[in-house]
Design a protein around this ligand. Structure first.
Ligand SMILES: [Zn+2]
Length: 372
C-alpha cells in the first residue's frame, strides 16, 4: 500500500503574498508525489488573493481534500491582547518568513473567536475548500520570554485561574518546578503554575471545540497543527482533549527548525526565558531533559511521543509533521535528516511534509520520495 502524505503550500500572509509562488513547479512537484504516495490532504494558505485555482483544481482532480491553512490566535489586527501577570498586554513580534506573524491574542477571548469566524467568512467563505487547518490554536510559547508563556491575566482569564500573589519561580534551574513528564504533560509542584497551565489547556480546548463545531456545521473538515507533545503543555494543547475536534492532527516534529514550533527554537526560548539572563540557560535545558527522561530529542524520542499520543486520540488521524523545506539558518534541512525522519518515525498514519512545498528544494523532495 502507498504511504500517506499530507502537504502544505504557503501562499503568503494576509495582505502579503509569497514572493515566488511558482504554480507550474508546485503542480509538477505534486504530480511526482502522487506517483509515489497517497495524498489525503493539502493545506494551502493563507493569502486570500493568491492565484491557486489551477493548483486546487489539480489536487481535487486526484480526490485529495484541500484545506485552508488558517492561523487562529496570531496575525490578525484587532485581536484582543494577551495580558501578563502584572496586568499589562504582552507584546512580542517574530517573523521567520515574510507575512507570517507571531503576535498572539488571548486564545480564550470570545471576541477573538468571533473575529476568526468573521475573517474566515469575509475572506475565504466562498472558496472551494473541503476543510480548515487551524494553525496557532494555542498560547505563545517562550517566544517573548517568560511574559508570553505565563499568560493570560486578561479580565476574562484572570478570575478563572489566578491565585493571589506572584509566581514563585525561585529555582533557577527548574523555574516551573517540573517534577515529572508522563508522555503528554508535566507535573509541577508549584500550585500557581499548575493552575495556570491547566487553565491554558482548558481554554484552548474550549476555543478549538467552538471553532471546530462552527466549521463542521458549515460542512468543513478540521485539521489541527500541534506542538510536539513535550512542548504542547507549555502552550495549552492537550492532545486527548483536542482530538475529538479534529479529523486529523499534525504534531510538529521539527527537529531542525530554529523558528516557533521548531524544537531547537522552543527549547532555547524556554531556557533563556527565566532568570533575566543571569545564569547559563543550559542548566534549564539539562534539567528539562532529566524530567523528560530522554538522552536526546531524536527519532527514538519522537516514537515514544507518538506512542503516547496514540493512546489518547481514538480514530483521529495522525500525520507526523517533518520539515522538508530548507531555509538557511532557520531550517537547515538536509537529505540525511529527511531520510532519518522518514525511515525512523513509526506508527503515524502518514507524514505531513512541511512546511511549504513551493519552496522545497527538488533534492529534498527527491529524498522524501526515495524513502517513503
Ligand atoms: Zn485572556
Amino acid at each position: 500500500m502507498k504511504s500517506s502524505v499530507a502537504l502544505q503550500i504557503y501562499t503568503g500572509g494576509f495582505g502579503s503574498p509569497a514572493e515566488r509562488l511558482n504554480v507550474p513547479s508546485v503542480i509538477s512537484k505534486l504530480s511526482r508525489v502522487y506517483q509515489k504516495a497517497h495524498i489525503p490532504c493539502v493545506m494551502i494558505g493563507w493569502n486570500p488573493d493568491a492565484k491557486i485555482r489551477e493548483i486546487v483544481d489539480f489536487i481535487k482532480g486526484h480526490g485529495t481534500d484541500v484545506y485552508l491553512w488558517l492561523p487562529v490566535f496570531s496575525g490578525w489586527d484587532g485581536l484582543s491582547p494577551l495580558v501578563g501577570s502584572q496586568g499589562s498586554p504582552v507584546k512580542h513580534d517574530y517573523r521567520a518568513v515574510k507575512g507570517e506573524r507571531f503576535d498572539f491574542g488571548c486564545p480564550a477571548s470570545p471576541a477573538n473567536i468571533r473575529l476568526i469566524k468573521r475573517v474566515f467568512q469575509e475572506n475565504y467563505g466562498d472558496a472551494p475548500y473541503d476543510g480548515v487547518f487551524l494553525d496557532k490554536i494555542r498560547f505563545p510559547g517562550f517566544i517573548g520570554g517568560i511574559g508570553s508563556a505565563l499568560t493570560c491575566f486578561c479580565p476574562h482569564c484572570r478570575p478563572l485561574h489566578a491565585l493571589p500573589g506572584n509566581f514563585g519561580l525561585q529555582n533557577d534551574e527548574n523555574p516551573l518546578a517540573l517534577t515529572a513528564y508522563d508522555g503528554l504533560r508535566y507535573e509541577t509542584s508549584d500550585e500557581s503554575v499548575a493552575r495556570l497551565f491547566d487553565y491554558k489547556a482548558k481554554a484552548v480546548t474550549a476555543s478549538a471545540a467552538d471553532l471546530s463545531g462552527h466549521f463542521r456545521a458549515l460542512g468543513y473538515k478540521v485539521g489541527l497543527d500541534l506542538f510536539a507533545p513535550f512542548l504542547s503543555w507549555f502552550v495549552g494543547q492537550d492532545y486527548g482533549a483536542l482530538a475529538p475536534y479534529a479529523d486529523f492532527i499534525k504534531p510538529m516534529f521539527y527537529r531542525r527548525t530554529d523558528a516557533p514550533a521548531g524544537m531547537p527554537f522552543e527549547l532555547n526560548a524556554y531556557s533563556s526565558a527565566f532568570g533575566g539572563g543571569r545564569r547559563p540557560a543550559g542548566l534549564r535545558w539539562i534539567h528539562l531533559m532529566k524530567v523528560l527522561r530522554a538522552p536526546a530529542i531524536d527519532v527514538e524520542f519522537i516514537n515514544r511521543e507518538i506512542a503516547a499520543i496514540r493512546g489518547k486520540i481514538g480514530n483521529t488521524k495522525l500525520y507526523a509533521g517533518i520539515e522538508i523545506n530548507s531555509i538557511p539558518k532557520i531550517a537547515p534541512v538536509t537529505e540525511e535528516y529527511i531520510k532519518e525522519s522518514i525511515t525512523g518515525i513509526k506508527d503515524a498514519d502518514g507524514f505531513a511534509l512541511s512546511w511549504d512545498l513551493n519552496s522545497t528544494p527538488p533534492e529534498n523532495l527527491d529524498a522524501a520520495l526515495r524513502y517513503l
